[in-house]
Design a protein. Structure first.
Length: 277
């Protein structure tokens, strides 16, 4: 028994077979279950043993079951999402954002929820466009229809407009030949200029999402290896072989002849020794 146990230990160390955490024998006496704990990357097929004998039974592999032992870790995650929008109106931009988004990274998974107070919109970029500004002004009661009497520039909306044209209208008496001799003039002056404006080419709306995500990992797997035993039949008794009478007699004669020859040889050696003396 001690020798068998020693051989079993040597087999464990030489093959690298895991040592069972528990060995259970069922009430029927014919089922043995061995329990092992393995890392997820270890091969459970190496746990299966060759048929073995115990207590008059021969046990053979029947089945194996595995139950993972898992742990779960959780943490809070925040993530910023950016979308393109067409205005700075918060209500419009909220419609562009999902109420929640899925999260999956580094083994963690979960759902993040929109934080409405974090929604912020700013210009994506700017461009400049030009436009024309015009102005018409009237200058009455001028003594002469002289353009020098007309201001060359005027201000409008922060822009300086330049005189682009003047029309005159005279008022007053009549000459000797009935022609009109104006006593004063009214000038209608036209001004124009170019302005520019800076505008946003688009908008970017950012929003924060937050939530709790979790990661589940398998720490180990508990395997139960079941063996079923069957009784070992007892060996049948061997029949005695009876030799024929002539074989027995012959063997006796041979033994007797051998003994007699030995005696004769011994007497002859002794006599030769005496004669020599």
């Amino acid at each position: 028994m001690k020798l068998c146990a020693l051989l079993a230990c040597l087999a464990v160390f030489s093959t690298g077979m895991a040592v069972p955490a528990a060995v259970d024998r069922q009430n029927d006496g014919q089922t043995i279950t061995k329990t092992y704990e393995l890392a997820p990357d270890e091969n459970p097929e190496l746990l299966i043993e060759e048929p073995f004998e115990q207590d008059g039974l021969c046990y053979e592999y029947a089945q194996m079951t595995g139950e993972p032992v898992e742990t779960t870790e959780s943490k809070t995650i925040s993530q910023t999402v950016t979308v393109e929008s067409q205005s700075t109106e918060t209500e419009e931009n909220l419609a562009l954002l999902a109420g929640s988004i899925p999260y999956e990274a580094d083994g963690y998974a979960g759902t993040l929820t929109l934080l409405p107070a974090s929604v912020h919109t700013e210009a994506k970029g700017y461009a400049t466009r030009s436009y024309t500004v015009s102005e018409t002004r009237t200058y009455p009661d001028l003594a002469y229809n002289d353009p020098s009497l007309i201001p060359q520039t005027v201000q409008k909306d922060g822009l300086t407009l330049t005189l682009s044209g003047v029309t005159w209208k005279g008022t007053g008496g009549t000459g000797a030949n009935g022609s009109l001799i104006p006593t004063s003039y009214t000038a209608t002056a036209s001004y124009s200029g170019t302005g520019s404006t800076r505008y946003a080419t688009g908008y970017l709306t950012t929003a924060d999402y937050a939530g709790t995500v979790s990661k589940t990992e398998t720490q180990k797997i508990i395997y139960e290896v079941e063996y079923r035993g069957t009784p070992i039949p007892e060996p049948e008794p061997q029949e005695k072989v009876s030799l024929p009478a002539w074989v027995s007699i012959g063997a006796g004669v041979i033994l007797l002849a051998g003994g007699t020859a030995g005696i004769v040889l011994a007497v002859r050696k002794r006599r030769d020794k005496v004669e020599t003396l």
